[in-house]
Design a protein around this ligand. Structure first.
Ligand code: RRO
Length: 311
């Protein structure tokens, strides 16, 4: 039985719904040793800022019983080097690419959007992920996705500067009282899709040294521990906005896990932490998901989206 595995976000179409998660595979050079990046639905690059940035002090990774804490702090080469090296490398290889951006201010997001717009269609970009939910920033005021007004201000500025060149996907945090109200604010401001969810703010203390394990003290929790939270967030948002595509992520390491996020309402699923333990996890998830869909009798992937909402 043949399966139409394609999916859409705004005006962009993807051959399959399995993406990398931003920050977990840089710009794909390392993963390309293990599989052809063209087999991805999309490569979502590490959130890029205007200027080069070293990130937080080490140690900046810590294990937990069912997940991982990271405190990277937006390390990256800055937009100029990213465009010259990383994006050009991906484009040369015809990899479907979603560029993730992050700024310290609303204006910085707007400047990044303007820069990407000027690259235009020739850059091979399929969409822009606007990361307004990095947990490892100087203060919680910089987590724009914690408040409806700041979340909307960023998306509005990006929308104005992109002028319709690429679809906008807003990345939200579940560390809020009501994620549906944040989703509404960014959709009203012009987001074409949503990435759900970023990591949750956590902390690990070394009981031998009696001090936090991370130099930055707190970090973002990812991995299997957060999957039920991702499922809940996706379900709640899809219930309120069934026509807004959601890129789901959070603790997915199998086709079954991905299928769960799709049933909740995800139009695509990103694999993050699982790739650290198994660099071919993304391809494994893709193959397993295709098998599950076919076993369930689906001939069109898109008909599975949000099935858990049906009575
Ligand atoms: O760089 C990071 O520390 C980071 C980012 Br931008 C993010 O969005 N989520 C995360 O867990 N870490």
């Amino acid at each position: 039985m043949s399966l139409d595995f394609s999916t859409k976000i705004g005006t962009s179409r993807f051959n399959n719904p399995i993406f990398t998660a931003s920050g977990c595979a840089s710009s794909g050079k390392e993963l390309s040793q293990f599989f052809d990046l063209k087999d991805l639905g999309a490569m979502v690059t590490k959130s890029i800022m205007l200027k080069p940035r070293l990130g937080r002090a080490t140690p900046r990774m810590a294990e937990t019983p069912s997940g991982m804490l990271n405190s990277i702090g937006l390390q990256g080469p800055g937009i100029d080097t990213f465009l010259e090296n990383d994006l050009a490398w991906l484009h040369e290889r015809s990899v479907r690419t979603i560029v993730s951006i992050a700024g310290e201010t609303v204006e910085e997001f707007g400047q990044l959007a303007r820069r990407l717009r000027s690259e235009g269609q020739r850059s091979g970009i399929s969409a822009i992920e606007v990361n307004i939910s990095c947990p490892n920033v100087e203060n919680r005021g910089q987590v724009f996705a914690c408040h409806t007004d700041t979340a909307a201000a960023v998306i509005e500025n990006v929308r104005r500067n992109l002028a319709g060149e690429f679809p906008i996907v807003a990345k939200l945090t579940p560390d809020v009282t009501d994620i549906v109200s944040i989703a509404k604010s960014v959709i009203d401001a012009g987001a074409d899709g949503l990435s759900l969810i970023n990591t949750l703010l956590g902390m690990v203390i070394d009981t031998n040294t009696m001090r936090p394990k991370l130099a930055g003290k707190t970090g973002g929790l990812s991995g299997p521990a957060i999957r039920p939270i991702a499922v809940r967030a996706i379900y709640q948002v899809h219930q309120s906005f069934p026509n807004i595509p959601i890129v789901g992520m959070g603790g997915v390491s199998s086709g079954k896990d991905a299928f769960e996020l799709i049933l909740a309402g995800a139009s695509a699923v990103s694999i993050g932490t699982a790739s650290f333990g198994n660099p071919t996890a993304v391809m494994k998830v893709k193959d397993e998901l295709a098998n599950i869909l076919q076993e369930k009798g689906f001939t069109d992937f898109r008909l599975a989206i949000g099935q858990a909402h049906k009575s």
